[in-house]
Design a protein around this ligand. Sequence first.
Ligand code: HAM
Length: 421
Amino acid sequence: MNVRRPRGTNDILPEDVGKWQFVEAKIRELCHRYGYHEIRTPVFESTELFERGIGEATDIVEKEMYTFTDRSDRSLTLRPEGTAGVVRAFIENKLHAQPLPAKLYYIGPMFRYEKPQAGRYRQFSQFGIEAIGSMDPFLDVEMITLPIELYRACGLDGFQVQVNSIGCPECRGEYRAVLRQHLGERVHQFCENCQRRLDRNPLRVLDCKNPKCQELVEEVPPITDYLCGECADHFRQVLQYLDQLSVTYELNPKLVRGFDYYTKTVFEITVPTLGAQNAIGGGGRYDGLVEEIGGIALPAVGYAVGMERLLLALDQQENTSYPQRHPEAYIAHFGGMTKTAAVKIVTELRKQGLWVELDYLDRSLKAQMKSADRFNCTWVIIVGEAELEHNTVKVRNMATGKEYDVALSQIKEFLTGAREE
Ligand code: HAM
């Protein structure tokens, strides 16, 4: 049998897990300071949640969902994104009864049946933040500044922030008519996807990646010219806050994003050197979603970071030094009663909070010293019969070759004292 991992999935090996943990630690520290609380929702949900929440005419719902029926004939879907599930949990658990806005975050796997390539996978991880229950334009800005702070804290440079407003359903209605009028005559020149979109979801043609489509929409007036008073005012305040906080951004009137739930502000952060899949995160306001999936009418805004793409960008830039962990000591023994003593010492030191390793393969002392070297240990504790008779061990500093006689009861004190010197 030669079973391989499914297309578009990744094994994250021990040598890389440290990088993930480094970024996750930064995320948790940052969320703590910004007052976001972790929420963990199921990896699969009722299919209906995504159909209603994300929108039936979106690429994700039309062709990218992992949908299956379970043994009781329920239609379930592996979550393609985190927002709909968080909103469902907010409603189901009546979180609106707690002080608003609810500020929530999550880290976890998402699933989309996309064509795999560098930076685009079928299982990938997102870190997402969602703030439900406030219209404050400053919250939109927090959704941009928090990820910026994360990217910087991880050591990332050269990312670009793009911002747009796609208005509310009312102003968008007017803009759709303008779009159809502008593009209608040239409908046959668009790619097949866009021809369908022009009918069902015309805004999406604006950010089609096909060069011919991009050329065709070049002359289209920006959506921000058609915002209603309230949406225009909201957007003005968002930009004002960004300016006040000296956030560098680019206005991109073609940025519309791939979910139907967005209203007003949308944003994306890109790293140009990543190539075709250059968005390391994106988000926006979704003022209608809570009501759309059965809750009371509450505005909301959120953002999600693509973890793999962030890590790819960090690898590319090589600015980040990830913390390297190695055992504090390696315990070498000669078998027999020295092994019994070594087992006791290792257990005791681990209880006292140290990472210590020993030989599990009955290797020679020489091979054990090699192992200690490979582990990059500074200290090797050599358990010999003669020393045991005096309740001591030899402790060797691998860097200097110097050896010390240390009482069995003093090993931890010796190692930690030596570390601090
Ligand atoms: P999204 O733009 O679809 O937004 O995904 C956010 C980020 O996830 C992307 O910018 C990208 O970095 C990463 N990503 C998306 N698809 C893939 C993939 N196939 N492989 C690898 N990485 C990927 C959302 O999902 C919204 N829920 C964000 C949001 C939160 N809006 C409001 N609240």
